[in-house]
Design a protein around this ligand. Structure first.
Ligand SMILES: *[C@@H]1O[C@H](CO)[C@@H](O)[C@H](O)[C@H]1NC(C)=O
Ligand SMILES: *[C@@H]1O[C@H](CO)[C@@H](O)[C@H](O)[C@H]1NC(C)=O
Ligand SMILES: *[C@@H]1O[C@H](CO)[C@@H](O)[C@H](O)[C@H]1NC(C)=O
Ligand SMILES: *[C@@H]1O[C@H](CO)[C@@H](O)[C@H](O)[C@H]1NC(C)=O
Ligand SMILES: *[C@@H]1O[C@H](CO)[C@@H](O)[C@H](O)[C@H]1NC(C)=O
Length: 464
């Protein structure tokens, strides 16, 4: 710690003690209304070593950070933080665009032709991938898992256009359990966008950033864990994939949305309409994705809301925010456009009116630290390079039924380097746009999607 700052630092300590005098719990676990996180600055930086936990158990997949040391084939195709944040904004823009177009359509205006074929979320940065097996004998693929879209797809042979992530494309001719879906099948007709060619059903997914994947709609055996298989799983066998890049480092996507053909809809009769996951605190650790009702941890739940204009998205009723253990003065009507919890968006987006209050309160608590330049959409950054330890105010989401989600420390700051640690929240451009709880703010929490009972649960310490 710089000596010039020690006096300030002393005051902060006193302040921290005063503020947290009503909650003396130690770090870790569920520290309701804890005012501060006290952290070593060094621990902010991701390490270059993978300390992966092997996920064991029924239908439990290991979640890996796409750009960290735990990826199976670390590459030199590095993506910058600015690129990640740009792609994140593309995804958010497409979710907003999708909801707005769908709203217009439901109130009578003709549906814009450019409405994305499958649910609007862009592929985004995804950030987290899981490994699945497809076909018999099984072949492994790294796929983004996405709670914001429904149809799953992987790259397939014969390629009209393929990119080159890490694994070769899936070859249907080598799988004894593969079959095409015919045009007359209701699995074909209920896709948002399908074509017919040689009586075989063709799917297409077009994302707002103009990346597209199309090919045959197919069925094959999906292997979720070494012992468990989902037979006749419907997915897009993508022979024409454009607009993706090798640095995307994935072979496709698993759709965990709420509607129609998503993995959850297909698996619910076998495993129950439920899934849960835990996203690791940093890319040195791994998390899990678990399909079905097995071994679901205890949690506090809040209602899962469905909106007819965006039936794939998981809405929850966010009504308030806390900084430093104290409720911010924000009218709950500010959140009335709705809030989606999303696995594929990185940074939480708030209505601008709420974001400004959150940011201002955060800046007050962080006053003693020197500011650093903005990082793309992140406008509240600090230079911590002269400190050994730091104090960061706690942040929490409050939902309409009183359930609170305390953001763990690793979800508060986005830290490309010690000299630039940024508040990992951003404002939408308008209060009428939906808010999104991003994956940064879900780190290390067990997030449970209980679709059958319309509720979403949170419990702490789900993974490192
Ligand atoms: C990131 O992981 C390393 C271990 O690999 C750990 O030492 C460090 O504290 C972690 N950082 C955060 C912010 O959790
Ligand atoms: C699926 O359809 C394609 C294109 O019509 C065809 O080439 C292929 O042989 C079919 N595969 C199976 C297993 O029927
Ligand atoms: C996508 O394509 C459309 C039509 O060609 C174009 O207007 C739009 O600017 C493109 N979007 C991006 C992000 O490139
Ligand atoms: C691949 O898909 C794009 C976008 O839909 C389309 O324009 C193109 O014609 C397709 N290419 C082939 C070879 O089918
Ligand atoms: C809360 O905010 C409203 C307007 O935004 C203001 O009128 C009111 O005085 C504030 N209340 C407190 C306790 O600061």
């Amino acid at each position: 710690m710089a000596s010039s700052s020690s006096l300030l630092h002393c005051c902060v300590l006193v302040l921290a003690c005063l503020l947290s005098s009503h909650s003396s719990q130690a770090l870790g676990g569920n520290n309701r209304d804890k005012a501060w996180h006290i952290v070593e600055v060094k621990s902010l930086l991701p390490s270059s070593v993978c300390s992966s936990a092997k996920e064991k158990g029924f239908n439990r997949l290991t979640i890996i950070h796409r750009h960290g040391p735990c990826t199976p084939q670390p590459t030199n195709k590095k993506i910058t933080d600015a690129q990640i944040l740009r792609k994140d904004q593309d995804r958010v823009d497409s979710m907003h665009y999708y909801v707005k177009s769908a709203k217009k359509a439901t109130i009578g205006e003709s549906l814009s032709v450019s409405l994305p074929a499958q649910h609007g979320s862009s592929y985004g940065t995804g950030n987290y991938v899981v490994k699945i097996g497809m076909g018999t004998p099984r072949k492994d693929f790294s796929v983004v898992f996405d709670t914001g879209s429904d149809l799953s797809w992987i790259q397939c042979k014969p390629c009209k256009a393929c990119y080159n992530p890490t694994d070769p494309p899936f070859d249907p001719t080598l799988s004894s359990t593969y079959s095409n879906v015919s045009c007359s099948s209701k699995d074909c007709t209920r896709l948002e966008k399908s074509f017919c060619s040689n009586r075989q059903c063709q799917y297409e997914v077009r994302y707002l950033d103009n990346s597209t994947t199309n090919g045959l709609l197919a069925r094959d055996t999906l292997t979720l864990s070494p012992t468990d298989r989902l037979l006749n799983f419907i997915f897009g066998c993508g022979t024409n994939n454009s607009g993706f890049s090798d640095s995307d480092m994935t072979d496709g996507l698993i759709g965990l949305g709420r509607d129609r053909v998503s993995l959850i809809s297909q698996a619910s009769s076998k495993y129950g309409a439920m899934f849960s996951y835990c996203l690791p605190s940093n890319s040195s650790f791994t998390g899990y994705l678990s399909i079905g009702t097995n071994s679901v941890p205890k949690a506090s739940f809040t209602s899962m809301v469905r909106k007819t204009d965006s039936p794939s998205f998981y809405y929850i009723n966010l009504i308030a925010l806390k900084v430093g253990g104290k409720l911010l003065n924000i009218s709950s009507t500010v959140f009335s456009a709705g809030t989606v919890i999303d696995s594929g968006t990185v940074i939480t987006r708030l209505p601008p009116t709420a974001y400004v209050k959150l940011r201002d309160a955060f800046q007050q608590y962080m006053e003693m630290y020197p500011r650093a330049p903005n990082l793309d959409i992140l406008d509240t950054c600090y230079d911590l390079s002269k400190y050994r330890e730091m104090y960061v105010p706690a942040i929490a989401f409050v939902f309409s039924d009183g359930t609170t989600l305390d953001v763990v420390f690793s979800g508060i700051l986005y830290v490309p380097q010690e000299s630039q640690a940024c508040l990992a929240f951003a404002g939408n451009s308008d209060d009428s746009d939906i808010g999104i709880i991003g994956n940064m703010q879900q780190k290390t929490v067990n997030v449970i999607y209980d679709i059958a009972n319309h509720k979403i649960g949170f419990s702490y310490g789900g993974c490192k």
